[in-house]
Ligand binder design. Sequence first.
Ligand code: PEP
Ligand code: MG
Length: 896
Amino acid sequence: MASLPVTDHDERYVYRFGGGVSDGGNGDRNLLGGKGANLDGMASIGLPVPPGFTISTAMCARYYDEGGAFPDSLRGEVANGLAHIEAVTGKRFGDAADPLLVSVRSGARISMPGMMDTVLNLGLNDDTVAGLAAVSGDDRFAWDSYRRFIQMYADVVLELDHGAFEDALEIAKEDKGLTLDTELSADDLRALVTTYKGLVEEQWGKPFPLDVHDQLWGAIGAVFGSWQSDRAKVYRRLNDIPAGWGTAVNVQAMVFGNMGDTSATGVAFTRDPSTGERAYYGEFLINAQGEDVVAGIRTPQYLTLAAREKAGARAASMEEALPDTYVELARVFDLLETHYRDMQDIEFTVQQGKLWMLQTRSGKRTAKAALKIAVDMANEGLITQDEAVARVDPAALDQLLHPTLDPKAPRDVIAKGLPASPGAASGKVVFDADTAEKQAAAGVAVILVRVETSPEDIHGMHAAKGILTARGGMTSHAAVVARGMGRPCVSGVGSLAISAKDKLFRVAGREVKEGDIVTIDGATGEVMLGEVATVQPELAGDFGTLMAWADEVRRLKVRTNAETPLDCRTARRFGAEGIGLCRTEHMFFDAARITAVRQMILAEDEAGRRAALAKLLPEQRSDFAEIFEIMAGLPVTIRLLDPPLHEFLPHEDAEFNEVAAATGVAVDQLKRRAAELHEFNPMLGHRGCRLGITYPEIYEMQARAIFEAAVDVATRTGEAPIPEVMVPLVATRRELEIIKALIDRTAAAVFAEKGRTLDYLVGTMIELPRAALKAGEIAEVGAFFSFGTNDLTQTALGVSRDDAARFLGTYVEQGIYPKDPFVSLDVEGVGELIQLAAERGRATRPDIKLGICGEHGGDPASIAFCEATGLDYVSASPYRVPIARLAAAQAALKAK
Ligand code: PEP
Ligand code: MG
């Protein structure tokens, strides 16, 4: 390897690759970004990579620190980098006879497809274009490259209105009566270049930069600048990418896939990114540049003969059209998979028969493919079982747990496109991203329908249940982004005639307007009118295998937060090992019961409350009995009533009338009582155990329902339930003591009446900072703690759970909290309270059972914290149980 270039400052920012050089030494992706690291990696194993250099991510941070300026030392380093490219290619940058052209691309640590800027063909000007024409022997190619360059540079670097350039291209074709760009002659393109330059001067106020070094520095600045573009910010927020990471910039010699019929460009995956099947999978275009494939402007051809035949396509596959290059490419695929030990997503170009590798990275894939690839690779011996467990993103499992279309359900198929991202989705049709976002925020399920998506649509794609596009292949922006987000997507439905202006599309003689419901099936590519019935997902197969491997290494138990029989059954199917939180107040949301609850709340005295409670007791008892039966043999934590009053008080006249009818109390009197009960801060009000302290008859009724149900089920089924009675919102030892005495008294009374006892535990939630601090004392009374991190976050941060959404986004954007602390635990602050409570609780009662039941119990990052803190279990909502199982296994592997 050649030695490092000498620089006159201490920090080095430029790393060269290609032509036998690999300054990065097989790639540190934190420094070089993913693209730069892998270009370096490919160069280091001898693959054909066009020479280039990477300006590191450290420069991005410095660029922003210095208010968008570069240190002088960078000039020398970039000059060294260019000299390297010139030496390897034998061409010179700016040389009128045989010019070197370069691409300038972004590359963050984690790939952010389409989110940042790229400039191709840089180095062309009025002089070098002639050299390019002479050397390539192709005038048309040279002028086409030049006009593409101006168009891209004007858009990306100068940020001019790209519509004007597209219009000029359309007019140039119309003037000649042509339809395809490729039909324009060299002279037409030369004229177009003049038009483009005029447009630049008109919009920018200065002539197009003809100095190639000015061009290069402009592009480098634009790529660094694109790190702070709106779309990059949205992408980072959705994918939890820290703003401080920055992007690298890769400058690389251009190779041309548009130099005739032995030239081509393509993208490929080493395995199928939708299904995970072990088959090369990709698309290519003869005589084209890379952006033509990704942008979905021309419909690409298949890579393999098998794929072409399966799709019934006519255009030759690469295996047929360029057989020798295909064989070499397949060899490179295998080398790369073995080298990186993962499925790769590859960009390549063939220039006049010679294969060049432009990029490789771990390929984005659906959850289904991620599972299959991980399990297959472990079975092939390429990775270990533990690595397979570590590879699958727990959050992505969500895609697999939801229903798919019922194959037997009737369906009215109106079109078929490419199965770009699997899963089924139904929703109202919308035609733009902003409407998608607005409607989704109002709770409407929408399908975003676009001719093709662009990075500006990302917020709408995220908000939509599914995405439907008229153009674009399997590797188009829509397809890649949808797969990454886990949104079902059908792309390339050529028969769709969309009029975004009139808010409708037409297909097969039918008209679908905004607001009409359609269903898309991202696994088959079908588009259907109306909603189609669904069936439950298949939990065996690769899913079952990987979960079994995960369970082998997991230490934390996983329970569920559930209170309805349906949720309890779902959670058990997903592998829940008990109930960590049964919110009894949720059992009263039912329309038939809420009136009795309101009667209880509005009662003027104990007698009135007891009358209402008598109605609720049998209901509670039968609910608990059903849950105990479903959860046979597993612990069930039942939390006593914790109703924030504002959620239960009647508001509407009709609601008051119902309570009046049930109680015989006049509406006016009820309204007066409701006004008396009104609270300014209900979250800090008369809720949790405060209710049990002031109105003990409420908790007494609930305790009675629990024990009567438990004894009945034990007698009926022969299997004794394991009730864990949990007291909410405890702040002091004394509160718990009073309520525990009440529970124990009630249990003793029920056992005496029934002539049978059973084991139970009484414990508490730790959801107030005072409780965390006094955990040592509280553990003298309570046999278990369950961290209620929703309230603990609310009270530790002093941020209302119900009002936080208005300002927390800004907080996260500014890095005040790294993530929404109600979604992912504030490990530094709230986490410290949990650690302290766990320590103090254990010091008093070494065998105290510790769990978490706030929403954080289903969040992978928070689960890693629970593992590190040595909790016994996490409790998550039913659909997050498998996510928690996998996250707990990954946390255990990390701790190994
Ligand atoms: C909590 O506060 O974390 C908790 C689980 O209780 P709830 O969300 O019902 O207040
Ligand atoms: Mg709570």
